[in-house]
Design a protein around this ligand. Sequence first.
Ligand code: MRU
Length: 363
Amino acid sequence: MKVDGKDYRTIWLADDGWGVEIINQTKLPFVFETVWLENVDDAARAIKDMLVRGAPLIGATAAYGMALAMHTDASDTHMEAAYQQLYATRPTAVNLRWALDDMTSRLKPIAVTDRPAVAYARAAEICDDDVQICSSIGDHGFKLIKKLYEKRGTDAPVNILTHCNAGWLATVDWGTALAPIYKAHNAGIPVHVWVDETRPRNQGASLTAWELGRHGVPLTVIADNAGGHLMQEGRVDMCITGTDRTTASGDVCNKIGTYLKALAAFDNGVPFYVGLPSPTVDWTLDDGRDIPIEERDGDEVTKIQGKTATGEVVIVEIVPEGAHAGNPAFDVTPSRLVTGLITERGVCDASKAGLAKLFPELA
Ligand code: MRU
């Protein structure tokens, strides 16, 4: 996607041929800043501190983290240490494990001297594949939006509600939930996006609003609690969210608050779709209740970041001194509440049979 007229991905190989550059997402929407990763410690920190976030981008950063580790020292011991260090960064997005397993299964059998080149090549391939996967999710989701638009037979925009940020910033490019929206907008179908602010970190208000706005997609930021009301009033035509881990039977784990939107959508007959790249399926789990849910620092709940009238970006307290805060970062939407999973191979039921039909070699 373009930022100020220049094409960007969210992660790329630096000009020196071995460093890795990322967009520092903690600074958005106020400052667009890129950061140089020089070693595996930098990559691990970028994931843990959420300079990069979103399941596919976490996977891509872990892959490059492993390449950076091989650049420093390609021994078995260092590879294992890098795996553990990167794996420990965030527990929920399964793309992290997927990317690390993919990288190490290719690196382990080969000579130590060959490992750095193979690691960089594979990390680049993982990024290119992610772009292709997300673009295909966009094509399949686009057909759903087009069908809705044509069925309604008016020129009024299709109103789509999304939660968190599952746009190009959460992937290498295009996004998952937002890819169908970009494709529809590019094709001239009028779309309007209800953007959940997504407390506590506000990925919707800061990231989704930023990237949709930059692309010219009409949007309205809403408080997280507004979605159910808008659905009752018939002002939401469909919901599309992303996912951090979906079980083999179609239970969807995503940013905290997704479940409540799915419940409201179900109660109001609003279709609820999930953009799902295949590396986000955890084929080892059937029950969503077995997915590890990240518990983050209470500071994310008790404080909020914003820009003052004088342009200063500050963090302020919003609760009484000493108030205790809990911060579960994800929740699980049971498959029965999900209308369909939009994958790179097409749309399927959120069920074991649905996923197995599209991905027989993985199921
Ligand atoms: O905590 P985050 O910002 O990493 O959470 C991101 C999400 O929940 C996204 O919706 C999910 O990773 C899908 S991204 C394409």
